[in-house]
Design a protein around this ligand. Structure first.
Ligand SMILES: [Zn+2]
Length: 513
């Protein structure tokens, strides 16, 4: 009886392990995710109008309800050049790109806000539409984008100062009056009725002087150091957060618990880091410089990959400080990551300035794109309190694929990175493509280029030091022993029970005989 029972067990076990070895290997769900028709929503051969941006964002949300949602966070003053009245309040449309777009996951996922303020800086809304188009379409084919969209919440408000944008020409170069173009004139502020007479008045078109408030000087961080001349191009407004668009963005940033903010400007080709209001270093200066450097290394100038954006504080890079700015408020008041980007062109006021010719748009968008992806990747870095900023780990992305010995991607495998000096560990699970991404900026302790790390998944272990690859390093782990799936555990438990029953039965039979 004993031999019979053991025989049955051996046969069953053989079947189980045989079936395990011939089970289909994990497939790329990308194949299932690819939609039959992916649409191009924006071609960077023109500047989009307010109406085009509004329509396109809604079309994207309608086509991709699995990863997109569009909503308004507030309204502008509503200046209408056609009627000469404040009768056209424009919605501040914001698109959310994330898995589960209808669920607020900002407490568990890094959330990012990208926006823009200055009316004449036309390349920025164009870039945001370019970025949105890439994120939505490449979600189905690009593992990095897929990861970012699944793990983070990305919010983009391409045209918060729509009143000013329409005054400046609404993206149509034919609407630019000779006084504004070329090379670098144009409207900058919003359209507040500063003197309250019911109409909006411009006094100097080239210098952007007249009524209106500079939305990039209206935030409550050293606001009082700003320009209090209501006629000036950088007038900071009657009080902090006096402007509806600034109030709307502030409320949004607070209520959605934004972890990283980026406000776009042009021109100069530079990544700007705090402080914006002063020529002093901010507490997290080494963190900011490290990742701004890595962003800059991913940029190009006029399509030339050997040339890069500059980076640093505004006073270092563009020659002046900017009190009352959005990034200083996000960083100073909330202790979250806040930066600004001055897009191309480079140079002085003799070049293309604020309204580059349309044949430059595609190049300028592409020149910044990879740097923006890196910014999204590091968005899950949590800043330590300013008093502990010297121990802030720098951002550094480790990414790759985990595969079995046959080279098939393994999903749900835990990948861990351990600082072998102090034992600090971070980990994540691979996605359905075997892809993983980890940011050393989320470690508890600072590290430097001589610190040894160990990355492991299943049975595979590799050593590395973070000293190469522009703030990122690809490490694939192949040959990982598959973890035992829960259904096999269940079968083994059942088998164990069967063995126990058969032994018990055999013993009873022995007792009888
Ligand atoms: Zn600007």
């Amino acid at each position: 009886m004993r031999t019979q029972a053991i025989g049955v067990v051996v046969v069953v076990l053989s079947i189980v392990f045989l079936s395990a070895s011939i089970l289909p290997t994990p497939t790329f769900p990308k194949d299932k995710l690819v939609k039959p028709v992916l649409r191009n929503y924006y071609t960077p051969d023109h500047y989009p109008s307010y109406q085009e941006i509004t329509h396109t964002l809604h079309q994207i949300a309608q086509d991709h309800p699995d990863i997109c949602k569009v909503f308004s966070i507030g309204q502008t003053w509503g200046w209408n050049p056609s009627t000469g009245q404040y009768d056209w309040p424009k919605e501040i449309w914001t698109i959310k790109i994330s898995d589960n777009p209808d669920v607020n996951e900002t407490s568990t996922e890094a959330s990012i806000f990208i926006h823009w303020h200055h009316a004449r800086e036309w390349i920025d809304p164009a870039f945001m539409m370019y970025l949105i188009n890439k994120l939505v379409n490449e979600y189905y084919t690009n593992d990095t984008i897929h990861w970012i969209v699944d793990h983070f919440e990305i919010f983009i408000a391409p045209l918060s100062n729509a009143d000013g944008y329409i005054v400046d020409g609404n993206g149509n170069l034919n609407n630019i009056t000779p006084e504004w173009y070329p090379p670098a004139g144009g409207w900058r502020k919003n359209c507040r009725d500063n003197n309250g007479n019911g109409t909006f008045e411009i006094t100097d078109k080239w210098w952007a002087e007249g009524e209106g408030v500079d939305p990039e000087r209206n935030w409550d961080w050293h606001w009082e150091d700003g320009n209090d001349d209501p006629n000036a191009a950088d007038y900071h407004g009657p009080s902090p957060f006096s402007e509806p668009l600034v109030q709307a963005e502030k409320n949004f940033i607070e209520s959605y618990d934004i972890d990283a903010q980026c406000v776009l400007h042009s021109f100069s080709a530079a990544i700007l880091i705090p402080w914006f209001y002063t020529s002093q270093n901010c507490p997290h200066d080494s963190f900011y410089r490290d990742f701004a450097n890595h962003m800059a290394l991913r940029t190009k100038i006029e399509g030339d990959p050997s040339q890069h954006y500059d980076y640093g504080r505004p006073d270092e890079v563009i020659g002046y400080s900017a009190p009352g700015g959005s990034s200083d408020w996000v960083y100073g008041a909330l202790n979250k990551i806040g930066i600004a980007i001055e897009m191309e062109p480079t140079g002085d006021y003799s070049g293309d300035g604020f309204h580059p010719s349309t044949d430059k748009i595609a190049t300028y968008c592409d020149d910044l794109y990879e740097a923006m992806i890196y910014f999204l990747e590091i968005a899950d870095t949590k800043l330590k309190p300013p008093s502990e900023a010297s121990n802030q780990p720098n951002a550094y992305i480790v990414w790759g694929y985990v595969k079995d010995s046959q080279g098939n991607p393994l999903s749900g495998v835990t990948v861990s990175i351990r600082n072998t000096v102090n034992g600090d560990v971070i980990s994540t699970k691979t996605d359905e493509n075997g892809f993983y991404m980890l940011n050393l900026g989320t470690l508890s302790n600072a590290y430097n280029s001589s610190t040894q790390f160990e990355i492991s998944a299943g049975g595979e272990v590799q050593q590395f030091t973070p000293n190469s690859g522009m703030g990122s390093e690809r490490i694939d782990l192949t040959g990982v022993v598959p973890t035992i799936a829960p259904n096999y555990i269940f079968i083994i438990i059942v088998l164990g029970a069967l063995i126990a029953i058969s032994f018990a039965k055999e013993e009873r039979e022995n007792e009888v005989s």
